[in-house]
Design a protein around this ligand. Structure first.
Ligand SMILES: [Fe+2]
Length: 224
Protein backbone atom coordinates (compact mmCIF):
# COMPACT_ATOMS: atom_id res chain seq x y z
CA UNK A 1 0.00 0.00 0.00
CA UNK A 2 1.22 3.51 -0.81
CA UNK A 3 0.09 7.08 -0.27
CA UNK A 4 -1.33 7.26 -3.82
CA UNK A 5 -1.92 11.03 -3.75
CA UNK A 6 0.65 13.76 -3.05
CA UNK A 7 -1.16 16.91 -1.88
CA UNK A 8 1.37 19.49 -0.69
CA UNK A 9 4.27 20.55 -2.89
CA UNK A 10 5.67 23.35 -4.98
CA UNK A 11 6.25 21.36 -8.15
CA UNK A 12 4.95 23.95 -10.63
CA UNK A 13 7.96 25.91 -11.92
CA UNK A 14 8.53 29.66 -11.79
CA UNK A 15 5.57 30.46 -9.53
CA UNK A 16 6.94 30.67 -6.00
CA UNK A 17 9.99 29.44 -4.03
CA UNK A 18 9.52 25.95 -5.48
CA UNK A 19 10.80 24.34 -8.68
CA UNK A 20 13.02 26.62 -10.74
CA UNK A 21 12.80 24.91 -14.11
CA UNK A 22 10.49 22.57 -16.00
CA UNK A 23 13.29 20.00 -15.87
CA UNK A 24 13.26 20.13 -12.08
CA UNK A 25 9.46 19.76 -12.03
CA UNK A 26 9.71 16.71 -14.24
CA UNK A 27 12.30 15.11 -11.95
CA UNK A 28 9.92 15.51 -9.04
CA UNK A 29 6.98 14.09 -11.00
CA UNK A 30 9.10 11.15 -12.13
CA UNK A 31 9.99 10.42 -8.52
CA UNK A 32 6.34 10.36 -7.42
CA UNK A 33 5.40 8.12 -10.35
CA UNK A 34 8.22 5.72 -9.41
CA UNK A 35 7.02 5.67 -5.78
CA UNK A 36 3.56 4.52 -6.84
CA UNK A 37 1.70 7.82 -6.62
CA UNK A 38 -1.16 8.16 -9.10
CA UNK A 39 -1.95 11.83 -8.59
CA UNK A 40 -0.13 14.99 -7.59
CA UNK A 41 -1.96 18.08 -6.35
CA UNK A 42 0.35 21.07 -6.75
CA UNK A 43 -0.04 23.77 -4.10
CA UNK A 44 1.75 27.00 -5.06
CA UNK A 45 1.97 29.63 -2.32
CA UNK A 46 -0.72 32.26 -2.14
CA UNK A 47 0.20 35.09 0.19
CA UNK A 48 1.12 38.74 0.02
CA UNK A 49 4.75 37.95 -0.84
CA UNK A 50 4.25 35.05 -3.26
CA UNK A 51 1.05 35.43 -5.15
CA UNK A 52 1.05 33.95 -8.65
CA UNK A 53 -2.17 34.75 -10.53
CA UNK A 54 -4.74 32.10 -11.37
CA UNK A 55 -3.80 32.45 -15.04
CA UNK A 56 -0.12 31.90 -14.31
CA UNK A 57 -0.90 28.84 -12.19
CA UNK A 58 -3.13 27.31 -14.85
CA UNK A 59 -0.63 28.02 -17.61
CA UNK A 60 2.16 26.25 -15.70
CA UNK A 61 -0.12 23.35 -14.86
CA UNK A 62 -1.00 22.95 -18.56
CA UNK A 63 2.64 23.12 -19.61
CA UNK A 64 3.76 20.55 -17.06
CA UNK A 65 0.86 18.29 -18.02
CA UNK A 66 1.93 18.45 -21.63
CA UNK A 67 5.46 17.39 -20.70
CA UNK A 68 4.04 14.50 -18.67
CA UNK A 69 2.06 13.35 -21.69
CA UNK A 70 5.04 13.67 -24.00
CA UNK A 71 7.13 11.56 -21.63
CA UNK A 72 4.22 9.18 -21.07
CA UNK A 73 4.49 9.50 -17.30
CA UNK A 74 1.48 7.71 -15.82
CA UNK A 75 0.60 10.28 -13.16
CA UNK A 76 -2.20 12.84 -13.02
CA UNK A 77 -1.48 16.46 -12.16
CA UNK A 78 -3.97 18.91 -10.72
CA UNK A 79 -3.58 22.16 -8.79
CA UNK A 80 -4.87 23.68 -5.56
CA UNK A 81 -2.87 26.21 -3.51
CA UNK A 82 -1.31 26.84 -0.09
CA UNK A 83 -2.88 29.89 1.53
CA UNK A 84 -1.33 31.82 4.37
CA UNK A 85 -3.89 32.54 7.08
CA UNK A 86 -3.57 36.31 7.01
CA UNK A 87 -6.20 39.04 7.10
CA UNK A 88 -5.95 39.56 3.31
CA UNK A 89 -7.28 36.04 2.81
CA UNK A 90 -10.70 37.26 3.93
CA UNK A 91 -10.98 39.38 0.77
CA UNK A 92 -10.82 36.35 -1.51
CA UNK A 93 -12.85 33.75 0.33
CA UNK A 94 -15.31 33.36 -2.52
CA UNK A 95 -12.80 31.80 -4.91
CA UNK A 96 -10.22 29.65 -3.17
CA UNK A 97 -8.59 26.74 -4.97
CA UNK A 98 -9.80 23.54 -3.33
CA UNK A 99 -9.12 19.82 -3.66
CA UNK A 100 -10.81 16.56 -2.70
CA UNK A 101 -14.36 15.66 -1.80
CA UNK A 102 -14.83 18.14 1.05
CA UNK A 103 -13.61 21.30 -0.66
CA UNK A 104 -10.37 21.07 1.28
CA UNK A 105 -8.29 24.26 1.43
CA UNK A 106 -4.63 23.93 2.39
CA UNK A 107 -3.71 26.66 4.86
CA UNK A 108 -0.53 27.59 6.66
CA UNK A 109 0.21 29.95 9.51
CA UNK A 110 3.16 32.04 10.56
CA UNK A 111 6.03 29.78 11.69
CA UNK A 112 7.23 31.95 14.54
CA UNK A 113 4.30 33.84 16.05
CA UNK A 114 0.73 32.76 16.74
CA UNK A 115 -1.42 34.98 14.56
CA UNK A 116 -4.20 37.12 15.92
CA UNK A 117 -7.62 36.46 14.44
CA UNK A 118 -6.92 32.92 13.20
CA UNK A 119 -10.10 31.57 14.77
CA UNK A 120 -12.22 34.15 13.01
CA UNK A 121 -10.71 33.37 9.59
CA UNK A 122 -11.12 29.64 10.19
CA UNK A 123 -14.75 30.23 11.13
CA UNK A 124 -15.30 32.16 7.91
CA UNK A 125 -13.68 29.37 5.88
CA UNK A 126 -16.13 26.85 7.35
CA UNK A 127 -19.01 29.26 6.75
CA UNK A 128 -18.05 29.45 3.07
CA UNK A 129 -18.27 25.67 2.84
CA UNK A 130 -14.54 24.94 2.86
CA UNK A 131 -12.75 22.35 4.98
CA UNK A 132 -9.43 23.83 6.13
CA UNK A 133 -6.44 21.49 6.17
CA UNK A 134 -3.61 22.83 8.30
CA UNK A 135 -0.24 22.34 6.61
CA UNK A 136 2.68 21.09 8.70
CA UNK A 137 1.32 21.63 12.25
CA UNK A 138 4.61 20.21 13.52
CA UNK A 139 6.59 23.13 12.11
CA UNK A 140 5.02 25.98 14.07
CA UNK A 141 7.55 26.78 16.76
CA UNK A 142 4.91 27.94 19.28
CA UNK A 143 2.75 24.82 18.86
CA UNK A 144 3.37 22.58 21.86
CA UNK A 145 1.65 19.23 22.38
CA UNK A 146 -1.33 20.90 24.06
CA UNK A 147 -1.90 23.14 21.04
CA UNK A 148 -1.50 20.22 18.63
CA UNK A 149 -4.07 18.28 20.61
CA UNK A 150 -6.51 21.17 20.65
CA UNK A 151 -6.23 21.58 16.86
CA UNK A 152 -7.03 17.91 16.39
CA UNK A 153 -9.84 17.85 18.92
CA UNK A 154 -11.58 20.85 17.44
CA UNK A 155 -11.75 19.01 14.13
CA UNK A 156 -9.04 20.72 12.14
CA UNK A 157 -7.67 18.40 9.46
CA UNK A 158 -3.90 18.05 9.88
CA UNK A 159 -1.31 17.52 7.12
CA UNK A 160 2.15 16.51 8.33
CA UNK A 161 5.22 16.90 6.11
CA UNK A 162 7.11 13.76 5.20
CA UNK A 163 10.26 15.88 5.28
CA UNK A 164 9.73 16.59 8.97
CA UNK A 165 10.23 12.90 9.71
CA UNK A 166 13.80 12.97 8.44
CA UNK A 167 14.70 16.10 10.39
CA UNK A 168 14.59 18.44 7.40
CA UNK A 169 13.38 21.20 9.74
CA UNK A 170 15.19 20.18 12.90
CA UNK A 171 14.69 17.87 15.82
CA UNK A 172 11.65 19.54 17.38
CA UNK A 173 9.60 19.38 14.19
CA UNK A 174 10.55 15.74 13.82
CA UNK A 175 9.49 14.96 17.38
CA UNK A 176 6.14 16.66 16.90
CA UNK A 177 5.54 14.94 13.55
CA UNK A 178 6.24 11.55 15.16
CA UNK A 179 4.05 12.44 18.12
CA UNK A 180 1.13 13.30 15.82
CA UNK A 181 1.55 10.05 13.90
CA UNK A 182 1.81 8.00 17.09
CA UNK A 183 -1.39 9.59 18.37
CA UNK A 184 -3.18 8.90 15.08
CA UNK A 185 -3.99 12.58 14.62
CA UNK A 186 -2.63 12.90 11.07
CA UNK A 187 -5.19 13.10 8.28
CA UNK A 188 -2.81 13.62 5.39
CA UNK A 189 0.89 13.16 4.70
CA UNK A 190 2.37 15.47 2.09
CA UNK A 191 5.91 16.13 0.99
CA UNK A 192 6.01 19.96 0.88
CA UNK A 193 8.78 19.33 -1.62
CA UNK A 194 10.13 22.55 -3.11
CA UNK A 195 13.14 21.22 -5.00
CA UNK A 196 14.40 18.05 -6.62
CA UNK A 197 17.30 18.10 -4.14
CA UNK A 198 14.75 16.94 -1.52
CA UNK A 199 13.79 13.76 -3.41
CA UNK A 200 16.16 11.50 -1.49
CA UNK A 201 14.93 12.81 1.85
CA UNK A 202 11.29 12.24 0.91
CA UNK A 203 12.16 8.74 -0.26
CA UNK A 204 13.72 8.05 3.14
CA UNK A 205 10.70 9.48 4.94
CA UNK A 206 8.34 7.18 3.04
CA UNK A 207 10.18 4.24 4.60
CA UNK A 208 9.81 5.64 8.16
CA UNK A 209 8.24 3.05 10.44
CA UNK A 210 5.45 5.37 11.59
CA UNK A 211 4.50 6.13 7.99
CA UNK A 212 4.24 2.42 7.28
CA UNK A 213 2.29 1.90 10.51
CA UNK A 214 -0.27 4.65 9.87
CA UNK A 215 -0.56 4.34 6.08
CA UNK A 216 -3.93 2.60 6.10
CA UNK A 217 -5.50 5.33 8.27
CA UNK A 218 -4.49 8.31 6.13
CA UNK A 219 -6.97 10.13 3.91
CA UNK A 220 -4.61 10.64 0.96
CA UNK A 221 -6.34 7.96 -1.18
CA UNK A 222 -9.71 9.73 -0.79
CA UNK A 223 -8.28 12.50 -2.99
CA UNK A 224 -7.91 10.29 -6.07
FE1 LIG B 1 4.27 24.40 1.24
Amino acid sequence: MELVVELHNHVLPHLDDGAQTMQESLQMMLFWAEMGYQKVIATPHQNTLMNPSQEEIEMMEARLRQHLQEQELPIFLTTAAEYLLEPELRTRLSALRTFGPKRYVLIEMDFWLPMVGVDQILFELYQCGYTPVLAHPERYTYADRTMLKSWYERGLFLQVNLLSLVQAYGRLAQEKAEYLLEKGWVHFLGSDMHHSTQILAVRRALAHKLVRKRLSTLLNPTLL
